[in-house]
Design a protein around this ligand. Structure first.
Ligand SMILES: CCCCCCCC/C=C\C=C\CC(=O)SCCNC(=O)CCNC(=O)[C@H](O)C(C)(C)COP(=O)(O)OP(=O)(O)OC[C@H]1O[C@@H](n2cnc3c(N)ncnc32)[C@H](O)[C@@H]1OP(=O)(O)O
Length: 735
């Protein structure tokens, strides 16, 4: 931080003296001396106040960035930061000399709270503002929950604080969060304004002295708002506590509201949820720095530019992928096998794009998709000659994919990248039919592809670092989180999902009902339990895959035991449902019943209950009561156990990768940090002990047998998650 006299350029000859206070940089370094920044700000203000030659103050950031707020790592250090900013904001507000904030770049969190203490705020047209504390499990604890509603009213403050969303300068101006938006030099504009304000009364600009603007029916508004906040939060504490703090602003004087804010902030700060959310923040950034076991890395690989892309197949996935590419402003050719499929696909894509355009318009943005240079539909592979990258998104069938890749290899220009959207198939086998396996890569999108943030990026044996870097860059441009993983059946996400779903089905065999299992996992925080998920995705998808694997259907060897495959436990329950045409929502019946085919409201189905009971009788399974703890442990611990195997095999380069996959692709509750982070909070010895217990009871379920890597970590003394990977190749004499 620096401070000094500042004479605004282009001023009149009176040359009014003032102070420019420069505050914290955009990216606080790891151990950013935040307290030092605060101290310097306080000292600067006090000196400005004491110096009679100083008539006004402007506060701005360094290098064209106002502030990204506190260094998030500081919240988990013993000397927790953030608590000291409130009094400084008050100090700014109390200043008898006008204080103007010059907001450039970003003003987030504590940074924005500083501006709320200022008497005026000027923002650059490209600046973004927000109070994202809720996203890291906190609330704006420097009196922000008390000042913002006084400035812009309760509904807008509630929206900004409970969602943590960033807003543009133009929206900030509309809301009254800033007084002026400028296109030129913001600091100079702020200095000019500060000079004009010298000697003018400031009382009405001190937000702590203002009442919260009234609403015709504040109580009813708040009641309704709380329901919405809780629904969105799905077990996450921070949004509700943000709400409570804002409610306090509507009911209590400023000082009491600040006390309440502090009390709520401390609850959040010491909650495990804040720690988990802050871990998730850094995990998402850590996975950008990908590496592979062969030594390829983000540091040395450079992405190639993608000027034009193609998508093959306009089914559900292809439509979403095309929409994402158009939104990312990448010209795209959408290809289908014949005109009939093309027309159906085109209509669906246009509908998606129209909806997206409408959403974007609300945020003041436009989406240009009616331009053939941006989006072209075709049935002829010849149009793919000049594209830089193709994403194949056809049916999950190896023979079909190989046929397409062979064709692509012959038609596309030699430097084009060939991506396959698959959720499980072998990338090497697909690449083997091309003459450029180094440019073949898996890009596993999640449905709906234009909404879901995860992109699993799967490298094969021959995939080049440039290809990985290009796919990662594509993910970034599409505003997705790319996670680089190795090639194995189901990759990371589905491979971990398999034992989870398998346990859920075994629990039904033993005595649970679908709604019991779903409830436990939804109470844990999953957006949707495994059976509701299966009904949504369609039971026929897994059925087809099991038929392909010879686990069921006509290729199954005669005399195979109904509940065993290859000597291990198998449940035919999902197959039996499919044989009865119960594919889930699409047929109106699955694990639940629906109001009609395509219906969305799942209702427990008495038919399923009696079907399960008959099934247990047939197979002489004694129905038993299964408690919530067992449901949770068997489903989650087998998923986590698979995660340890994945790490040990080098399929993912760290636990953060698995966590980012699960948070962004599988509805894992972010406030629990992802499955591997959750495992670290439960304690690896506890997980191991439970797996051992369940494995003894169910010796024919290999997924319950503790992973060797998990055992090793326990033997090594349950090290912190950050250190796990360093134990992978260390010898343990305790094993
Ligand atoms: C004097 C007044 C100023 C205020 C000083 C602070 C005083 C503290 C007192 C009060 C506390 C108040 C509460 C808070 O402020 S909580 C923090 C609120 N802020 C945030 O949540 C912002 C989080 N950051 C982001 O949203 C983005 O990083 C963004 C700033 C928008 C930049 O995005 P982008 O350009 O895409 O860059 P990256 O996200 O990849 O980030 C680059 C690297 O910077 C690291 N980073 C970013 N923000 C923080 C942060 N707040 N704390 C610690 N580290 C941060 C990020 O991890 C990347 O690191 P690396 O390169 O190692 O991966």
């Amino acid at each position: 931080m620096s401070w000094g006299r500042h004479i605004a350029p282009g001023q009149d000859n009176r040359k009014l003296p003032e102070v420019q206070v420069v505050i914290s940089p955009l990216h606080p370094t790891r151990n950013s001396p935040c307290l030092a920044v605060l101290q310097a700000l306080e000292d600067g203000l006090k000196r400005a106040d004491a110096d009679p030659s100083v008539k006004a103050v402007t506060i701005c950031g360094e290098n064209g960035k106002f502030s990204a707020g506190a260094d998030i790592r500081g919240f988990s250090s013993p000397n927790k930061q953030g608590l000291g900013l409130g009094p400084i904001v008050s100090l700014i507000e109390r200043s008898e000399k006008p204080v103007v904030a010059a907001i450039e770049g970003i003003a987030l969190g504590g940074g924005l709270e500083v501006t709320l203490g200022c008497h005026y705020r000027i923002a650059h047209v490209q600046a973004r503002m927000g109070l994202p504390e809720v996203t890291i499990g906190l609330l704006p604890g420097a009196e922000g929950t008390q000042r913002l509603p006084r400035l812009i009213g309760v509904p807008a403050a509630l929206d900004i604080i409970t969602t943590g969303r960033h807003i543009s300068a133009s929206e900030a101006l509309k809301l009254g969060l800033v007084d002026e938006v400028v296109e030129e030099n913001t600091v100079e504009a702020a200095i000019r304004l500060a000079n004009r304000l010298i000697g003018q009364p400031l009382g009405h600009r001190r937000l702590s002295l203002k009442p919260v603007p009234k609403l015709p029916n504040m109580e009813a508004f708040l009641t309704e708002a709380l329901v919405k906040v809780k629904k969105r939060a799905q077990g996450c504490l921070a949004p509700e506590l943000c709400f409570q703090a804002i409610k306090a602003a509507t009911e209590q004087p400023f000082a009491d509201g600040v006390r309440k804010e502090r009390e709520l902030f401390n609850i959040l700060l010491t909650s495990g949820q804040a720690k988990a959310l802050q871990y998730a923040f850094f995990a998402e950034r850590a996975v950008e720095k990908w590496t592979t076991p062969s030594g390829a890395s983000w540091k040395t690989a450079s992405p190639q530019p993608i000027r034009k892309a193609a998508v093959i197949g306009l089914g559900t996935m292809g439509r979403g992928i095309v929409t994402s590419l158009v939104k990312a402003k990448i010209p795209v050719v959408a290809l289908e096998q014949d005109l009939e499929y093309l027309n159906t696909g085109r209509k669906a894509v246009m509908l998606l794009l129209e909806r997206e355009a409408m959403k974007m318009e609300q945020g003041g943005q436009t989406l240009d998709f009616n331009n053939p240079a941006r989006l072209q539909f075709a049935v002829d592979f010849d149009v793919l000659r000049d594209v830089d990258l193709v994403i194949e998104a056809v049916f999950e069938n190896m023979a079909l994919k190989k046929e397409i890749f062979n064709k692509l290899s012959r038609i596309c220009k030699p430097e084009a990248f060939l991506c396959t959207n698959t959720s499980a198939l072998n990338i090497d086998e697909i690449a083997s039919v091309t003459s450029r396996p180094q440019q073949v890569i898996g890009t596993h999108f999640f449905s709906p592809a234009h909404v879901m943030r995860l992109l699993e990026i799967i490298y094969g044996r021959h995939t080049s670092p440039t290809t990985i870097a290009t796919a990662m860059q594509l993910a970034k441009v599409m505003k997705k989180v790319g996670v680089v993983v190795g090639n194995c059946f189901g990759f990371v996400g589905n491979r971990m999902m398999f034992p989870y779903v398998q346990q859920a089905v075994f629990l039904l065999e033993e005595g649970s009902r679908p709604e019991d299992v779903d409830q436990v996992l939804e109470d844990f925080g999953f957006k949707i339990g495994p059976f509701r998920m299966s009904d949504l995705a369609g039971l026929d998808v897994g059925w087809r895959s099991r038929k392909d694997q010879g686990l069921t259907g006509p290729t199954l060897a005669p005399g195979t035991s109904a509940r065993q495959r290859h000597g291990y436990r198998y449940s035919p329950l999902p197959d039996l449902l499919c044989e009865k045409g119960r594919f889930g929502q699409k047929t109106g019946k699955g694990w639940y019943q629906y109001e009609k085919a395509g219906g969305r409201t799942a209702k427990p189905d008495p038919w399923i209950h009696s079907f399960l009971s008959e099934y247990r009788d047939t197979h002489q399974i004694k129905t038993r009561f299964i408690d919530q703890e067992e449901i949770l442990e068997r489903c989650l611990f087998t998923l986590i156990n698979e995660g340890f195997d994945i790490l040990a095999e080098g399929i993912a380069s760290g636990p953060e990768h698995l966590d980012v996959v699960y948070i962004n692709g599988y509805g894992w509750p972010k406030h629990r940090g992802g499955p591997m982070f959750y495992a670290s909070t439960v304690g690896l010895p506890n997980i191991l002990a439970k797996l051992q217990k369940y494995s003894e009871i169910h010796p024919d379920v290999p997924q319950l047998r503790p992973s060797a890597f998990l055992k090793k970590l326990v033997a090594m003394g349950n090290p912190p998650l950050n250190d796990w990977m360093s134990y992978l190749h260390r010898q343990s004499n305790k094993l």
